[in-house]
Design a protein around this ligand. Sequence first.
Ligand SMILES: [Fe+2]
Length: 360
Amino acid sequence: MEFLEDDIKIDIAGNLKDSEVKKINLNQQQANLLQRLVNDAVNSGGPQANGTKSRVAAIATSLKVTFNPDQVKLLNNYSDGRVSALIFDGLCEISNEPLPDRLPALASIEKSMDTLRMGIRSQVLMKLVDHKAFAYDIDNESKIIRVVANYKGGGDAPLEQEPEIAELSSHSGLALGPHTEAPYWCTVKAAKGHSPAPCSLTLSAMWNPLNEPTSIIPIPTILDGLGVEACLALTSPWFQFTRSDSFVQGLGEDGRNVSVLEYDDNYGFALKFNAYRFSVMQEAPEHVAKAFEAFCDAVANSAPVQHVLTQKSVLIINNVRALHCRDVVKDNGRALIRLFGYSKYAEPIIFSEDPLLVRG
Ligand SMILES: [Fe+2]
């Protein structure tokens, strides 16, 4: 396997001088090994099956022995939370099936063997960076795999039954401004009865007919530009957020008195933010409001790193160090597979270990 940092500079538009987005290209033997082991594992069940945890760990161990020291160093850097995103490229295609004329029903994608393969594969790659896949009780009906596709309207092309108001979530086709993943109560460690936000999310594409990109905005350079006073202001508890539309009906809630930035012993800093859900509380001091405005401006004016997802790559985004966003969905056949992961530092409130289910 080779790590081709230069590849990123060619493949991905955007500012990479801070090297916040890394890429690992699997060679053919490694890609084949991963594919074979994932295919074997999925016969015993997908990410939701009891026992998957140990099967995933065994595959990750088999794959990791083929990595050279440089690549192991890259894995360790991500594991330690020191980079914004890691792309695994050169993977085998999951399916030889032709692209369907139209997006299959959600339930049919969710239970397809290809989706389960993609889910297990993402779990293995997460395990390589010491993350474990999990689900929240309040989100996605407690399922580990989330299909991200336009089922709720708002895309460039209307659905057959286009709703009047499209839901602002990953199940719609709406553009989604820069955000970290909810919930927004805390990062890394549980607080006030809530588990932390995901430490990472993995994305891969089952279908992406128009090669629509996913955008990543690393935060370190933005914070450097803001300066120390504004960064400290962002750690104050003067921010509020609105409930995520993707939460299960009746669960999840708006929140007040949260910060945008947190100091964390392991990550150094940890971020939670959503351009369309976060605002400053009315009672906030003026310099906090100004710091938030400066932060929002810097995010809006940043040059995102873009990656086009296919079946042959998996993108892992560090959810405490980078924002992500997308434009309006142009082709309703686009379907991504998303998993959340907790790092070795996370301290959630756990309901069950295998599969890992936590309180949101
Ligand atoms: Fe997202």
